[in-house]
Design a protein around this ligand. Structure first.
Ligand code: SAH
Length: 288
């Protein structure tokens, strides 16, 4: 699909009707989504017939764009049920309806629990937890996997470290490449984190963009703030090939089946999650 056509197809994708500030919900514009997906598809061959995960799928513009560009299985993950519902509505708008699997997942929480990466400058990093294996992290989580991960992550302005947590999770999930947006002002830092800390085989800025952030929350003094954003293409070190018949593949499929549910089920589990969270916090003072 030509860029002009893709951009026009993405024009009607609804954006967050009630954006949540704490989740840094800013929808990628159709122009920006087109630029990134075209680059990924045409220059690097990372979209067509590839499985794709959109990390922090929001209302779905990147996932939808990937699907329209000929991606195979597309999985959208987000912590916000409202965003997932809006994403579902957007998918239904297409004729025929676009198939994107949507799963409720707190990416930041998962990476904190199950990865061995340490958060630098975190006040909480050396607190202990009863449920871990001694070093503060569990290792027994099987991450969803895809050839390509695309993510317009929270930039970490509301929740410190959210950008790097997303990147770490994206690198766990990608077999071949991660496309991630980061503020240009953090370029050196991201380069260091990706290659040194997260062990990327390569990390390159493949596009630079100007991002007009509309004042949708009221905490910006101006109506629109311009942010310079880099699009990174990162190759994770470990290329785990799934040949369709090994144990990894089975665990992966099973894991996905467990995670996957329809939106109503997701809403139920969100409520349960809240209750659990509340009781966990009343049982102990320590925060993870
Ligand atoms: N991909 C969409 C949305 C980007 S905004 C687009 O490009 O338009 C960032 C998204 O990350 C939001 O949808 C937000 O709900 C989600 N998000 C924020 N924190 C998260 C977390 N801890 N786990 C999963 N998703 C999260």
């Amino acid at each position: 699909m030509k860029p002009k056509r893709l951009e026009s197809e993405l024009q009607d994708v609804g954006t967050f009707s009630h954006p949540k500030q704490n989740l840094e919900q800013y929808a990628t514009t159709p122009a920006l989504a087109t630029k990134v997906l075209h680059l990924a598809a045409v220059e690097f061959g990372d979209i067509e017939d590839k499985s794709v995960i959109d990390l922090g799928v929001g209302t779905g513009v990147l996932a939808i764009g990937a699907k329209l560009m000929g991606a195979g299985h597309v999985l959208g993950l987000d912590v916000d049920v409202d965003a997932l519902s809006e994403c579902k509505e957007n998918l239904e708008m297409y004729e025929p309806e676009l198939e994107v699997e949507l799963v409720l997942m707190d990416v930041i929480e998962l990476i904190r629990r199950y990865d061995d990466y340490d958060e630098e400058e975190s006040d909480e990093s050396d607190e202990s937890d009863d449920n871990n294996n001694g070093d503060g992290k569990r290792k027994d989580y099987v991450w969803p996997k895809a050839d390509t991960v695309v993510t317009n992550p929270p930039f970490g302005t509301r929740r410190k470290g959210a950008d790097v947590a997303f990147l770490a999770a994206a690198m766990k999930m990608a077999d071949t490449a991660v496309y991630s947006f980061h503020k240009t002002s953090t370029r050196e830092y991201i380069q260091k984190v990706a290659t040194k800390k997260l062990g990327a085989k390569s990390a390159k800025v493949v596009a630079e963009m100007k991002y007009g952030l509309k004042n949708q929350y009221g905490h910006h003094r101006k109506d629109e703030v311009e942010v310079f954003v880099d699009v990174w293409r990162i190759q994770p070190t470990c290329k785990m090939k799934r040949d369709g018949n090994n144990d990894e593949d089975e665990i992966f499929e099973q894991n996905l089946r467990e995670l996957a549910a329809n939106i109503e089920e997701l809403q139920l589990s969100a409520r349960e999650r809240k209750d659990k969270h509340r009781s966990k916090n009343s049982n102990k003072n320590e925060e993870y």
